[in-house]
Design a protein around this ligand. Structure first.
Ligand code: AMP
Ligand code: GLY
Length: 432
């Protein structure tokens, strides 16, 4: 069958790498892909944000399964542009994708379904929002309700900071329309875990819990980035807690989405924080995490295309029956051991950085090592940097230490001008 991946980051390279291993796949395309997907997938020249053009491409080229990497095409309604009788699409409808594209939608859904999350108020009026933060004490979190490319969350230590954040979002409109509505919420403390669940809207199957490293600096300091590294499984999420998250968070979220008339298919990403009062949802995403996908997929021992087709066709439940699985049984669909990924970034990221630097000394893929490309491109036979996050050096090992050792050894060997990385990926698990 023909499979098309939409997107061009490290997550999409990891998806292409895993999907290529499926015996069902005779042709794989990636729109637009990157320097790394080129050896696995044909570059497809369709604008990933033009949802009708992608749907037309799938229809005209008999693409059986289209997999959407980033949130923007889902929020634009790419799933609704597909005819499910002809071409499968892995991902939620526009209305269900609001779980990510509107924080107001997701907070209201959680509140009405009793899903644990930070207490909040939503505002469309700047003066009202300002008056509200002046009445509050201590740290609080200000969030643009719409999509802001991962930058729309300000953790504020004081009223003054919160007030400035509101001014940026609602007054200056630094995130455009995404800041027309804001959420002001309670500040929560605890380790964060990313939980990915593949679902057909009714039943779901969890993938191993992972942990991202969002800040640019060691010890989780400095500005937020798209993610500087990840590892899985995160030991902080033991089997008992995972089952609890499935029962108290994922299952009721899917139920609430069904009852709301917005049934959800695809992968549901729950960003959780493990507080002293139990796990709470910080946010949902309507897609695979980046860089979490780069560690979760190398451990997956089942055919990802099968899982995606079951999701699209509403058959996750029958797969679970056949294999005698429960939703939290991820160990039965993953190999044992750990995976870790270290992001090599361009100096200056997440601020301005240089592009076009030549990348050399890339290690060959091995059973325990694979380098997923993010911001790379080929030009005149040379591999060049083309983004802030350049490569995801990913390793697996029997222990987390071993996986990290392998990843860092390869990361040190790779060269390009301005390369930098965090040296402490996995620190929470190693110190824990
Ligand atoms: P989000 O995009 O909603 O995941 O937020 C980005 C990051 O901001 C999260 O990964 C957390 O580190 C932090 N954050 C978001 N909401 C809260 C909260 N209510 N309390 C503390 N930290 C938060
Ligand atoms: N790793 C964070 C995200 O994908 O949103």
């Amino acid at each position: 069958m023909k499979v098309l991946i939409v997107g061009g980051g490290g997550r999409e390279h990891a998806l292409a790498w895993k999907i290529r291993k499926s015996p069902h796949v005779s042709w794989l395309g990636c729109a637009p892909g990157n320097g790394g997907t080129r050896s696995l997938a044909e570059p497809v020249d369709v604008d990933p944000t033009d949802v009708d053009a992608v749907a037309r491409y799938a229809r005209d080229n008999d693409v059986t399964l289209t997999v959407i990497g980033p949130e923007a095409p889902l929020a634009e309604g790419i799933a609704d542009a597909f005819d499910p009788e002809r071409n499968f699409l892995f991902g939620p409808s526009k209305r269900a994708a609001q779980i990510e594209s509107s924080k107001r939608f997701s907070k209201d859904l959680m509140q009405s379904a009793g899903i644990p999350t930070a207490q909040y108020r939503a505002f469309t009026d700047l003066a009202e929002a300002q008056a509200y933060v002046q009445r509050r004490r201590g740290p609080m979190v200000v969030k643009a309700s719409g999509l802001a490319a991962g930058k729309g969350v300000y953790v504020c230590e004081s009223r003054e900071e919160a007030s400035a954040a509101l001014g940026d979002m609602m007054g200056e409109k630094i995130f455009g329309e995404a800041g027309n509505e804001v959420i002001v919420e309670e500040y929560l403390e605890g380790p964060e875990v990313s939980l990915l669940a593949i679902t057909d809207g009714n039943e779901f199957m969890m993938l191993p819990p992972s942990q991202d490293h969002k800040r640019v600096g060691e010890g989780d300091k400095g500005p937020n980035t798209g993610g500087m590294g990840a590892y899985t499984p995160a030991p902080v999420m033991d089997d008992v807690l995972l089952e609890r998250c499935g029962n108290e968070i994922i299952a009721p979220t899917l139920q609430a989405l069904r009852e709301n008339g917005t049934p959800y298919k695809g992968v549901l990403y729950a960003g959780l924080i493990l507080t002293d009062d139990g796990p709470k949802v910080l946010e949902y995403n309507c897609r695979f995490g980046d860089p979490e996908t780069q560690v979760v997929l190398p451990l997956l021992s089942v055919d990802l295309v099968d899982l995606m087709l079951m999701s699209a066709a509403g058959k996750i439940g029958s797969m679970q029956q056949q294999l005698n699985l429960t939703p939290s049984n991820w160990k039965r669909i993953s190999r044992t051991g750990y995976a870790a990924t270290v992001v090599l970034a361009s100096k200056g990221y997440p601020g301005p950085y240089a592009k076009g630097q030549e990348i050399t000394n890339l290690p060959k893929e091995r059973d325990d090592l694979v380098v997923f490309h993010a911001g790379t491109k080929w030009e005149d036979g040379r591999l060049l940097t083309s983004g802030g996050r350049v490569l995801n050096v990913t390793a697996i090992g029997g222990t987390l230490n071993k996986a990290l050792e392998t990843a860092y050894e390869a990361a040190d060997q790779i060269q390009f001008e301005g390369k930098f990385m965090r040296r402490d990926i996995g620190w929470r698990a190693l110190n824990g």
